[in-house]
Design a protein around this ligand. Structure first.
Ligand SMILES: [Zn+2]
Length: 352
């Protein structure tokens, strides 16, 4: 079966609808932001660029909810100190999902990966509870905008444990992921800021608390990466005697996920020069080779150190990012200040 890809007009309409959803949707809890965010993430992880409809289980959506709310359910530090303040995410009493996640955090400490790995039963129960909330609260209300229905993402069937993204929706989420994510996160920060205004005063760094990454934790990856890269920089292959940095191969700013296999060790200089660019084909090849050659060792050591990792997801994200960069005729980083357009031959790296 062949599906027509969404026309440019349809793609613009999708973006207009998304803007409308975020600005006119009546949000009493931040669930709707989490839901759109989850759909966009799942389109990247499970969808493709065929324009086909995409079926998603509410369980997968719920698992994404837990990931998104995990860091947001920690106590918010006021004045650099832990205050015990859990940010309010609902206009009434605290959002049920936050309360459930905060409980799990107390039991398992801060690491979601540790919970998933170490207590699969607890993880399953938590996702099941969140799934129930997703199916009763935001799922069938998301596409109510003002006082009318704007059913552009999926059909509001009102029951069941699956939704099907309409033709072209997954395609658009994948094409405009960064734009949409910024829209959602910006609206989400403003929502939480407003709800907690009396407690937060003029704290301006709420965005990095809600969505930032944990820079400090990256050091734990260093010895593992040092071994699998045999003490050399992934980008220039020279020895890593000087200052090195743990770098997100697919930049965090493009897809914010701490996935162990996505990390590489590089010289400060190489890493800073690469900045938020995507790395050129030869680096992609080097990264894929490293992950292939050291597949078992990487997996074992990352898991043993309770560092988040998911090889399949890392590869899916990388493929998606290179596809999108090719489509937008984007540039990639070669070395130092050298940039070039991505060669369509990049896809061959994945075939090996
Ligand atoms: Zn280097």
């Amino acid at each position: 079966m062949t599906w027509a890809l969404p026309t440019p007009e349809e793609q613009v309409l999708f973006l207009r609808n998304m803007q409308r959803l975020l600005s006119e949707g009546l949000f009493v809890a931040s669930y709707k932001f989490a839901l759109v965010h989850a759909l966009a993430d799942l389109a990247v992880l499970k969808g493709d660029d065929s324009g086909l409809p995409l079926e998603l289980s509410t369980k997968d959506i719920a698992a994404k909810f837990v990931e998104l709310y995990w860091r947001q359910s920690r106590p918010f530090p006021v004045g650099g100190q832990s205050s015990g303040l859990i940010l309010q995410q609902n206009t009434g009493k605290q959002a049920a999902i936050i309360a459930k996640i905060a409980e799990s955090q107390q039991e398992f400490g801060g690491s979601l990966f540790r919970l998933k790995q170490g207590s699969p039963d607890h993880w399953r129960d938590l996702v099941a509870e969140v799934d129930t909330v997703v199916r009763t609260m935001p799922l069938w209300k998301l596409q109510t905008v003002g006082n009318e229905s704007l059913e552009f993402l999926y059909e509001n069937v009102g029951k069941g444990t699956k939704i099907t993204l309409k033709p072209g929706v997954s395609y658009c989420f994948r094409s405009f992921y960064e734009l949409i994510r910024d829209l959602i996160e910006g609206a989400w920060v403003r929502f939480v800021q407003k709800l907690n205004a009396n407690k937060l005063g003029n704290i301006t760094d709420l965005g990095s608390f809600l969505f930032g990454n944990e820079r400090a934790c990256l050091d734990a990856y260093r010895p593992i990466l040092m071994d699998v890269q045999k003490g050399t920089c992934l980008y220039c292959q020279k020895s890593l005697t000087q200052q090195s940095q743990v770098d997100h191969f697919i930049p965090w700013s493009r897809f914010p996920a701490d996935l162990g296999h996505n990390f590489v060790l590089a010289h400060d200089k190489c890493n800073n020069a690469k900045s938020d660019f995507l790395a050129a084909e030869r680096h992609l090849e080097g990264w894929l080779d490293r992950n292939r050659e050291h597949k078992d060792e990487l997996q074992e050591r990352l898991v043993a150190s309770a560092l988040p990792c998911d090889l399949y997801a890392s590869i899916q994200v990388a493929k998606w990012m290179y596809q999108q960069t090719e489509k937008s005729n984007g540039q990639v980083w070669v070395m130092e200040k050298v940039l070039k357009h991505l060669d369509p031959a990049w896809a061959k790296c994945f075939a090996a």
